[in-house]
Design a protein around this ligand. Structure first.
Ligand code: PHE
Length: 341
């Protein structure tokens, strides 16, 4: 019996050491330790031994069983470790492979121009305001000195929401002058960019929706010289040092005196070409000294305070800044166009 036991032990240990799958290991466990296994068969013969032999043989049989169980345990661990290793290898990720780059959008040239304008004015101490596109006619017209009957109030020019022409899509950013005067402490320095709407047909220079930037300063002893100095600086910062401007007299109901500022054409240097329609100049903005009645209507004493304001077309500025020939390109959002800026 002793030989039997040691034979089983050495055979089993050798077999366990070579096993390569969990299923095969399980089969071997059944073969040696199962109910009908080889070791079990030997143990069943114990009864035939004499009482003197039994303890020593029992001890030996238990030792063999323990050795087999321990060996099975070790083999199982080895198999599990190998399986894990194999899985890690199979599922390995190469983190150095370049990823798929998401398609990036592109900043719109008009907003690039707007950011530049904001930077220029914020640098001079201006605050940037946002205002409603759906505006009261009283703010768009009345409080800006454009009374009933003023041509710009006509239904053929303006988008109204109601029959009595009280609520409208703002036709200019100038109502933000009034909103600033009514709510902000003096002195005031603001710009207010945003969309405006007019009943215009779409062509190379017109659109029923476009953008303006309003600017306004109210302080003591503010003069036309401040207006010209600031707007000349704006032109040079936007379009480059030495940019030539000219101020022409004009009329707006809410400024007196009023003017328009032109920039010399970048294409022909003032000689006249298709870009400037032969003029040599491109109109950029309207401006002027705020009319005393407008100050008074917003509760500001024109004897103590004076101010200037301007309103510039943003599309036009971006077209001049980036040498874009057709306004429609600004709105079409063709990526091939936008990517160029
Ligand atoms: N609001 C005027 C326009 O749309 C421009 C302007 C603004 C003129 C401020 C003078 C002062 O044409």
């Amino acid at each position: 019996m002793k030989e039997q036991l040691s034979k089983i032990k050495s055979e089993a240990l050798a077999a366990f050491g070579q096993v390569s799958t969990p299923a095969a290991l399980d089969e071997l466990r059944v073969k040696y330790l199962g109910k009908k296994g080889e070791l079990t068969a030997v143990l069943k013969q114990m009864g035939r031994l004499s009482p003197e032999e039994r303890p020593a043989m029992g001890q030996l049989a238990n030792d063999v069983r323990a050795a087999l169980e321990e060996s099975i345990e070790r083999a199982a661990q080895k198999l599990a470790a190998a399986a894990l290793e194999a899985r890690l290898k199979a599922e390995a990720l190469d983190v150095t492979i370049p990823g798929k780059a998401p398609k990036q959008g592109h900043r719109h040239p008009m907003y690039i121009a707007l950011d530049e304008i904001k930077d220029i004015f914020v640098g001079m101490g201006f605050t940037v305001l946002d205002g409603p596109e759906i505006e009261l006619a009283s703010y768009n017209f009345d409080k800006l000195n454009a009374e009933e009957g003023h041509p710009s109030r006509d239904w053929s020019d303006t988008f109204y929401f109601d029959r009595d022409s009280r609520v409208m899509l703002r036709s200019q950013t100038s109502p933000m002058q009034v909103r600033a005067m009514e709510t902000m402490p003096l002195p005031i320095r603001i710009i207010a960019p945003g969309r405006v709407y007019r009943k215009d047909e779409v062509d190379a220079t017109h659109s029923p929706m476009f953008h303006q930037v309003e600017g306004m300063v109210i302080d003591k002893n503010v003069t036309m010289a401040d207006l010209k100095g600031t707007l000349n600086l704006l032109a040079e910062e936007l379009f480059g040092k030495g940019t030539v401007t000219r101020f022409r007299p004009h009329h707006f109901p809410f400024t007196e005196p009023s003017c328009e500022m032109d920039v010399q054409c970048h294409k022909c240097g003032g000689a006249g070409c298709p870009t400037c329609k032969g003029e040599g100049w491109i109109e950029l903005l309207g401006a002027g000294m705020i009319h005393p009645s407008v100050l008074r209507m917003s509760g500001i004493d024109p004897e103590q305070w004076s101010g200037w304001a301007f309103g510039m077309g943003l599309e036009r500025t971006a077209m001049r800044r980036f040498k874009i020939a057709d306004l429609r390109l600004i709105f079409e959002n063709d990526v091939r166009f936008l990517e160029q800026f």
